[in-house]
Design a protein around this ligand. Structure first.
Ligand code: ATP
Length: 362
């Protein structure tokens, strides 16, 4: 079932918590809402679930408007961070609770409970008490309880944040597998960009009650449109540059002491428009970004820097390098080659094909 959010505004008294949100979650798709604490992710989820009143705008499920429907009329299930399980009940009792409320008969309830226990790989755990389960198993029960009512939409509010790192990775794969298999349209709130990229079809990055960018998961990392999205999705190097010349699809720049060409493939930036922009306006409006993995070391370079800091991160080594007197850049290198050390003076080569122009932060 498709979800359409149309010009949605939400307020907590005078505070605008969602400012004109437009978003379509396609049928069977999982969209992650990603953004820093307080940006409005949970509020948007609550608005979809009907747990908070909106100020204006519409929410549609398929073609049906649900903006003012009560939560129980929406066929939407929520999976919370704290699981919200009943501790005194067994696993099966927790799962069948929603069915009892709907007055489903006992035999049918038993069949459905067993079905979802199998889906979340907890066959045989029905009689266990909640406190006899691990955190990961409790999260599976929470998911089973959401699935048993056969919702048209699943909403997740940071469902894995109470689990340790390893379990988070396993559980997000599980959630993804189940969501794909059942084809349930889902919205998944997280502030962890890696989790969002791993689990979602598309990512909506939010800031201050606004959606800044919606894009396929990998694109939010490789094709951010502004500095906020770029920084939120991973480490960025913002390079100082001077504009030399604007051509139809290429900008000629001076970066440090090198003359380079950067192509337009960002889409949002039409270089033909830029022809009319003078250099100061352009450099005020756009920053030049390159990710750490798109820079390499070379013996024969136009630019040299000094290694100031080395971090060993599993398969990757992260180098912080100063160029000239004070400009720092971060370079990621796959482990395997020669390992450099602090104080080494090395040649640096940028892969300009991977460089992007971003709208500067306001
Ligand atoms: P987090 O990642 O910390 O859970 P979030 O992105 O989910 O954050 P929301 O919980 O949606 O953010 O909150 C959005 C904004 O609305 C925040 O600035 C918050 O302080 C404010 N807010 C949330 N609930 C209320 C409330 N009941 N009354 C007033 N303001 C609220």
């Amino acid at each position: 079932m498709r979800i359409t959010i149309d010009n949605l505004i939400h307020k907590y008294i005078d505070f605008v918590s969602l400012n004109n949100i437009n978003l379509e979650v396609r049928e069977g798709e999982l969209i992650a809402l990603l953004g820093p604490s307080g940006c409005g992710k949970t509020t948007l989820l609550k608005a979809i679930a009907g747990l908070t009143d909106v100020y204006s705008g519409k929410i549609l499920l398929g073609d049906t408007e649900i903006t003012n429907l009560a939560p129980q009329q929406r066929k939407i299930a929520l999976v919370f961070q704290n699981y919200a399980l009943f501790p005194h009940m067994t696993v099966a009792e927790n799962i069948e609770y929603g069915l009892k409320v709907k007055k489903v008969k006992k035999d049918a309830r038993e069949i459905k409970v067993n079905e979802v226990l199998e889906i979340v790989k907890l066959e045989g755990y029905g009689e266990r008490k909640i406190h006899e389960l691990s955190g990961g198993q409790q999260q599976r029960v929470a998911l089973a309880r959401a699935l048993v009512i056969e919702p048209q939409v699943l909403l997740f509010d940071e469902p894995l944040s109470n689990l340790d790192e390893k379990l988070r990775v396993t559980m997000r794969e599980e959630i993804r597998r189940i969501q794909k298999k059942l084809g349930i349209t889902s919205v998944y709130v997280t502030h962890d960009q890696e989790e969002a990229m791993a689990i979602a079809d598309r990512i909506a990055v939010m800031k201050d009650g606004v959606i800044l960018q919606v894009s396929p998961s990998a694109e939010a990392y490789s094709h951010p449109e502004n500095e906020f999205v770029a920084r939120f999705m991973g480490i960025v190097n913002i390079l100082p540059y001077e504009l030399i010349k604007v051509e139809e699809k290429v900008l000629k720049l001076r970066v440090f002491n090198e003359e380079v060409s950067v192509e337009s493939d960002n889409g949002f930036l039409d270089y033909k428009d830029a022809i009319d922009i003078d250099e100061t306006k352009f450099t005020d409006q756009y920053s030049l970004m390159i990710r750490p993995e798109n820079i390499e070391f070379t013996g024969d370079a136009g630019l040299y820097g000094t290694i100031r800091w080395v971090e060993y991160l599993g398969s990757i080594i992260k180098y912080v390098i100063s160029i000239k007197s004070h400009e720092f850049i971060i370079v990621d290198v796959n482990r395997g080659g020669e390992i450099l050390k602090e104080g080494d003076y090395i040649g640096i080569k940028f892969n300009w094909k991977k460089a992007k122009f971003l709208t500067r932060l306001q």
